[in-house]
Ligand binder design. Structure first.
Ligand code: R2B
Ligand code: URA
Length: 282
């Protein structure tokens, strides 16, 4: 293409000097909420000891309110919204951006929230395999009028490296497990607290227990699409999500906002330690 307009990021190859803006990016962190990704960039700014207090970081995508993007040194922090269609649009444009900017050796990590299976609230799950609602490591993408099945395998060495990192951080219970990705938060995750209750409590528990027995330790809404797209585009990728509740014990997220805030900071602490270590900072 003579020109590439990255419409949802409000960036483009003719309007922006992408190599100058992003050429030295080495770590890309993505997460659902714009505010959380801003807080993560501010936190990374401090953790990397960059000049200034990092409180006034500018949103690189300020011209659109679809996604928010911030930079702290070699780290790019971007929001992706909720669900597969939203993260998919962002990833297509982000991966093209990294290509146009001639970035090399980029590691991409999704930091998010999830519901746990037999896992205590506050624990952090590093995904070894993203699976669909039938516990299979695949992502089905409709392309024209075909359903194309794509592998959702993630980088095992990266997952192990993150687990090793977590062991050096106090009060950060972390495990590796399969992550189930769904198209919905309510019925799609076997919840009975949505507007519709279309199955019994016995059926729900039977499903969640079968998921547990298949190795699933947490449930969220983006990992299969994220894993498949990053894999096909040659990006080393990881998914790190904190668990907000144990779904074997209930559906509603009842922890106080303050507790949830601290939980959501946990994947950020792990990724900050990982990036510092990779950069040779103590
Ligand atoms: C985790 O949390 C969101 C739903 O509350 C969704 O984006 C996800 O994957
Ligand atoms: N995010 C999800 O997708 N599910 C949960 O149960 C909690 C957070």
């Amino acid at each position: 293409m003579e020109e590439d307009v990255l419409y949802h990021l409000d960036l483009g190859t003719k309007t922006h000097n992408l190599p100058a803006m992003f050429g030295d990016v080495k770590f890309v962190c993505v997460g659902g909420s714009p505010n959380r990704m801003r807080a993560f960039a501010q936190f990374m700014h401090k953790e990397l000891g960059l000049a200034g207090d990092g409180e006034d970081l500018a949103d690189i995508c300020a011209g659109t309110d679809r996604y928010a993007m911030y930079r702290a040194g070699p780290v790019l922090s971007i929001s992706h919204g909720m669900g597969i269609p939203s993260i998919s649009i962002m990833l297509h444009e982000l991966i093209k951006l990294l290509h146009h900017a001639k970035c090399r050796d980029v590691t991409i990590i999704r930091i998010g929230t999830s519901g746990g299976l037999g896992v205590e609230a506050g624990s952090v799950v590093i995904t070894d395999m993203a699976v669909d609602s039938s516990f299979k490591p695949r992502f089905e993408q409709v392309v024209l009028d075909d359903v194309v099945v794509r592998s959702t395998e993630l980088d095992r060495d990266l997952a192990e490296e993150l687990l090793t990192c977590s062991k050096e951080i106090p009060d950060l219970p972390t495990l590796i497990g399969h992550t189930m990705c769904t198209y919905d938060f309510y019925e799609g995750q076997g919840r009975l607290d949505g507007a519709l209750c279309s199955f019994s409590s016995e059926k729900k528990l039977d499903y969640l227990k079968r998921a547990y027995n298949a190795g699933v330790r947490n449930i969220e809404m983006e990992s299969t699409a994220f894993a498949a797209l990053c894999r096909l585009c040659g990006l080393r990728a990881a998914v790190v999500c904190v668990v907000l509740l144990d779904r074997l014990e209930g559906d509603q997220i009842r922890a106080p906002r303050e507790v949830l805030r601290e939980f959501q900071h946990r994947p950020q602490r792990l990724i900050a330690a990982f990036i510092r270590k990779r950069l040779g900072l103590r």
